[in-house]
Design a protein around this ligand. Structure first.
Ligand code: B12
Ligand code: SF4
Length: 604
């Protein structure tokens, strides 16, 4: 009798199936960028998974309907569209496929994934920065978004916290709207559902690192930035309780390294209570958690910020240095970046043994191939930076730059797949496309010479930084473009390619051509990686052997007033000299120094 009842109960249970895909994009040969292991779980995927998992737990479709969620990160897992179609069909297409956190460069790939799914009658929703950025900046729907709508794909703009119930219920009723637009109604994040990914997704990444956002929004106004137009300029943040929950949940699963993805954690209004909570977890509860955070170039001026970051377990910071030419920074409205502060800022982090990554943008209006090469040489000599990474100045959809160029009718490369900060997409006033591309390739080689790698390691060792770990990261950043032909931030372990995972505009290669090429490519690349690793290891050994010898150089000493007149960083052009004079004037006027101290560069 009991068995019969149970069978009846299971017979009426329904299963609403959700497949979440975080798409990758195509490399320049047209193949999907996919790795055996990606560096860390995608925070966008974890955020959306967490929200849907919460819907499932609350049984928002009624007590008889289970919600099943599968999460696929295409950077480490092949998306089997045929299998998704078969599984959905077996479930009467009761469910949807969510294309998650879709950036502009991933949008063409997303449409390629969506097309066969829509042809099979499966509901598809696309969310992420491309849709949000386009709807934030333009009143009308552009051809790219229209293509999705014409296929019957639903677009989601804005953030899904607090909105997921509506979407899931509509999908279950078969009544998804064409567009959900919440871009002007950004949710508060206090007590919002926290990001989460199941173990099988995390296992496809390198291991003990994960990501989460403690807040969103940035107060600054850089013209190339998409974040302020999509996530706003107001700081919205998770509570210290939620941050603690995220950390504990991961720690229980052996994950103790975190990348806090806030674009600018220093401007998270609650950075201090959050740091205080983490300090408590570390110092009183013995949780050895460590962090990479992103900050701006003035963060060292916030009282206690650097000291508390250190105690909270921050071991690395990422800074958007962007450029050392004040004219360029001004043109990009990056007014908060003051070259007069760069070295002090870096020294403040170095003093507490935290290593620094910085982003440098090539192709600002005043850049020439020569000036950019000279600027990189100045950075090497005069700034105590560890890892430097280069990007093309890119009019990303969602940015003011993109809107201005589109509105003026300036020709822009129509292929969204290239909007990945690794391609020249528009004309430059002083460089041909070929010169700009060459500059980008050369920049990595100019910075990561064997001599400079040695200098970076020597400086780091003097500050007590783990140089073995730093040497590995340098290997990754120095060689990614040369060997894998992708930016280090898109990299992973062991590149995988499938003959059929190619842009539909390009032909599927013949078996006899594809596999020998793949085998040769694998061998050549891994030989090159081994050679590069050996060469960096030898440098590491040399530096480690000299650990007892004191080391210092110009970049490691606080800037003196004399140096403001001699360092190339401050004298390389008129605008750099003006920036120094301006900083000096401000300091005098605000009384931050006595008349004897004219250095704008000694922190007040
Ligand atoms: C962290 C981060 C990274 C990390 C990723 C780490 C990780 N594994 O998470 C790293 C450093 C590796 C990285 C690399 C790159 N990144 Co990145 N990254 C970010 C950053 C700072 C945070 C992303 C994030 O987690 N956001 C929070 C999530 C929750 O927001 P979200 O994705 O928008 O999702 C919400 C909504 O959109 C919506 N939603 C999203 N999907 C869906 C789906 C459905 C069904 C629904 C209903 C709702 C929904 O709900 C979500 C929750 O509210 C963003 C900037 C930002 N502030 O978002 C840039 C950003 C996304 N990155 C960008 C770029 C260009 C890149 C690179 C191409 C750069 C490069 N050349 O290396 C690579 C691409 C790598 C890749 N394969 O994705 C750009 C994209 C711009 C654009 N217009 O497309 C951004 C916006 C930064 C910028 N410069 O403007 N990135
Ligand atoms: S500081 Fe960074 S996040 Fe803030 S506006 Fe500038 S580019 Fe965007």
């Amino acid at each position: 009798m009991l068995r019969k009842q149970r069978t009846e109960a299971t017979a009426v249970r329904k299963r609403f199936r959700i497949v979440l895909v975080k798409p990758s994009h195509y490399d320049d040969d047209g193949y999907v960028i996919r790795w055996y292991r990606s560096p860390m779980p995608a925070n966008s995927l974890a955020s959306v998974y967490g929200l849907l998992d919460d819907c499932a737990r609350r049984k928002i479709l009624g007590p008889d309907t289970d919600i099943d969620i599968v999460a696929i990160d295409e950077t480490n897992t092949r998306v089997r569209i045929d299998r998704i179609i078969a599984e959905m069909k077996a479930n009467g297409n009761f469910g949807f496929v969510g294309l998650v956190g879709v950036q502009s460069n991933q949008y063409p790939r997303s449409l390629h994934i969506a097309r066969p799914l829509r042809a099979a009658g499966i509901p598809v929703i696309i969310g992420g920065f491309h849709v949000s950025g386009m709807l934030a900046m333009f009143d009308s729907i552009g051809p790219d978004l229209q293509e999705a709508l014409d296929m019957g794909v639903t677009l989601f703009a804005g953030e899904a916290e607090g909105r997921m119930d509506e979407v899931v219920r509509d999908a279950a009723k078969g009544a998804l709207k064409p567009i959900y637009n919440y871009i002007d109604d950004l949710p508060a994040l206090e007590d919002a559902v926290i990001p989460f990914l199941p173990g099988n997704s995390v296992r496809k990444t390198i291991g003990n690192v994960t990501t989460f956002d403690a807040g969103r929004g940035c107060p600054f106004q850089c013209s190339f930035c998409t974040i302020i137009n999509v996530q706003g300029r107001k700081s919205r943040r998770r509570s210290p309780d939620d941050v603690e929950r995220i950390l504990r949940k991961n720690y229980e699963h052996g994950i103790d390294r975190f990348f806090i993805t806030d674009d600018n954690f220093a401007r998270n209004k609650d950075w201090e209570p959050i740091f205080d909570r983490i300090i408590k977890l570390r110092e009183q509860d013995g949780m050895d958690v460590r962090f990479l955070i992103q900050v701006d170039t003035l963060c060292h001026k916030i009282p206690n910020f650097v000291a508390k970051a250190k105690r909270a377990g921050v071991t690395r910071i990422f800074i958007g240095l962007e450029n050392i030419n004040p004219d360029n920074l001004l043109a990009a409205k990056k007014r908060q970046n003051k070259i007069t502060e760069y070295r002090n800022m870096l020294l403040a982090w170095k003093a507490v043994g935290i290593w620094t990554y910085a982003g440098y943008i090539l192709g600002f209006p005043n850049d020439t191939p020569e000036s950019a090469r000279r600027d990189i040489a100045i950075i090497k000599k005069e700034m105590p930076l560890d890892v430097l990474e280069f990007f093309f100045l890119t009019p990303l959809p969602g940015s003011e730059d993109h809107k201005v160029l589109r509105t003026k009718g300036v020709p822009l490369d129509p292929d969204l797949n290239k909007y990945d900060l690794e391609h020249a997409l528009t004309a430059h006033p002083h460089m041909s496309k070929a010169e700009w591309e060459k500059l980008y390739r050369d920049a990595w080689e100019i910075y990561y010479t064997p001599e400079h790698i040695e200098t970076i390691l020597r400086r780091a060792q003097a500050y007590g930084i783990n140089i073995f770990r730093l040497a590995q990261i340098i290997l990754w950043f120095a060689q990614s473009l040369a060997i894998e032909k992708v930016h280090p931030l898109q990299g992973g372990f062991v590149r995988l390619r499938n003959r059929h995972e190619r842009r539909p505009e390009l032909p599927v290669e013949a078996v006899w051509a594809f596999y020998p090429w793949l085998a040769r490519d694998f061998l050549v690349k891994h030989t090159r990686v081994a050679a590069a690793a050996w060469s960096i290891f030898r440098i590491y050994r040399r530096v480690a052997a000299a650990s007892r010898l004191p080391y210092t150089d110009q970049a490691m000493t606080p800037v003196t007033d004399d140096e403001t007149r001699t360092l190339e960083l401050f004298t390389h052009n008129e605008s750099a000299r003006e920036a120094v004079d301006h900083a000096r004037k401000i300091k005098m006027l605000t009384g931050a120094v006595g008349p004897a101290d004219h250095s704008p560069l000694i922190p007040a």
